[in-house]
Design a protein around this ligand. Structure first.
Ligand code: 3PG
Ligand code: MG
Length: 412
């Protein structure tokens, strides 16, 4: 028995369902076109099920943050959903005003309306309890018009925001199919991973992963951690290796100097369990050239891991029964530097190990390498996934549990 309700616990026939999803997508900076629809695809089972069961569907989602360049309306998302699901999706350029309320009242069974970017409501991102968020204009205007709340926004499950938790205080609330799948799959990996369990971190950020590495090793979720990309560079620098000016300034652009002390503390605790690259690829005269640790410092950027590291990491990965991939091994968008990511990801995908992939860039790399079918679990989460893997509670999940415990029913 789950601590939260799922779609198995409710009858949605003829009901108006408010469905919160996370369609916060990567956009093209110039055209604002959507670059990747993975997060939409992952929610399709929930939406299809609601249609099949004769529900009326009202979708609520966010894109970007107030003030950020990618803070746009949900019109393109509604269109993308319509294209993927093959059913009409009506975009409403309103969140809880008369236009939105009228549209919700007019909706028929099996129809979908998509409300505007919920972060246009400035109370959305205030940090409050579910009870306090329930007093907001957003919740007070919308909840009388709907029967149940379904939350399928796993990728935003770490945010205590109004539309994510407020409705759980006043409406019977359920986890959608994606939320349910993410939680049950990831729970197994966090609590009881099939050992050995290896984590590979890469990508272009290191400041957030230091504490993640420390926690997953301390909790014994991970037995070994392999590092590539910026996390690897940061750990090498912390060990006193001079990477060259370009690489070191790239590190300081992303993180803070004091974080190298944090890394040293992690290295001290887990020196046996953390593996770092021994060679790298740089661009010289527009070709790929490999250099070793002894060649450092270099005036060039380290764009990929080298052959020796690929070989060594594959050998270590071949012992794993569970692998968690977070971040590409190099600048895989450039074909010269795709090798590390390609070889490592292909190896893991074809292996027998249970493989989890998370984070936008990692999922994009999997898509580009055509490995989607061979990955055991592609997570929609970025920040929420990281928090979950660290053993932290997710506020949205806690709100769903609370709603079940209190057996929240609708008063209107
Ligand atoms: C995400 O994309 O990580 C989630 O949608 C949360 O977005 P946020 O980091 O802007 O809160
Ligand atoms: Mg250990």
């Amino acid at each position: 028995m789950k601590e939260y309700n799922t779609l198995d616990d409710c009858n949605v026939e003829n009901k108006t369902v408010l469905l919160r999803v996370d369609f916060n997508l990567p956009l093209d900076k110039k055209t604002f076109e959507i670059l990747d629809t993975t997060r939409i695809k992952l929610v399709l089972p929930t939406i299809k099920e609601l249609i099949e069961k004769n529900a009326k569907i009202v979708i609520l989602a966010h894109q970007g943050r107030q003030g950020s360049w990618d803070f746009i309306s949900m019109e393109k998302h509604a269109q993308a959903l319509q294209d993927l699901i093959g059913t009409k999706v009506t975009f409403i350029d309103d969140i809880y005003g008369e236009k939105a309320k009228h549209a919700i009242q007019q909706i028929n069974n099996k129809e979908i309306i998509f409300l505007d970017n919920v972060r246009k409501f400035s109370g959305e991102t205030e940090k409050k309890s579910a009870q306090d968020h329930a007093k907001s204009d957003l919740v007070q205007h919308l909840y009388p018009l709907v029967d149940i709340f379904v939350n399928d926004a796993f990728a935003a499950a770490h945010r205590a925001q109004c539309s994510l938790i407020g409705f759980t205080a006043v409406l019977p609330s359920y986890a959608g199919r994606l939320m349910e799948k993410e939680l049950s799959t990831l729970e197994k990996v966090v609590k009881n991973p099939e050992k050995p369990c290896l984590f590979l971190f890469g990508g272009a950020k290191f400041s957030d992963v230091i504490v993640t590495i420390d926690r997953v090793l301390a909790q014994n979720t991970a037995d070994k951690v392999l590092l590539t990309g910026l996390p690897a560079n940061a750990f090498l620098k912390a060990q006193g290796i001079n990477l060259g000016e370009k690489n070191e300034s790239a590190l300081l652009e992303e993180g803070k100097p004091e974080q190298f002390n944090d890394i040293n503390a992690v290295l001290k605790r887990f020196s046996e369990d953390i593996y770092l690259p021994e060679d790298f690829a740089i661009a010289e005269h527009e070709t790929r050239k490999e250099i070793t640790l002894e060649d450092l410092p270099t005036e060039h950027n380290l764009f990929d891991i080298g052959e020796k590291t690929i070989e060594k990491f594959i050998k270590i990965l071949s012992t794993a029964n569970t692998v968690f991939l977070s971040g590409p091994c190099g600048v895989f968008e450039n074909s010269l530097f795709q090798k590390g990511t390609k070889k490592i990801f292909e190896f893991v995908a074809q292996s027998e190990a249970f493989t989890i992939v998370g984070g936008g860039h990692t999922v994009a790399a999997v898509e580009q390498l055509n490995l989607r079918e061979k990955i055991s679990h592609i997570s929609s989460g970025g920040g929420s996934l990281e928090k979950f893997m660290m053993g932290e509670k997710l506020v949205v999940v806690e709100a769903l549990k609370e709603s079940k415990k209190k057996q929240v029913i609708k008063y209107s």
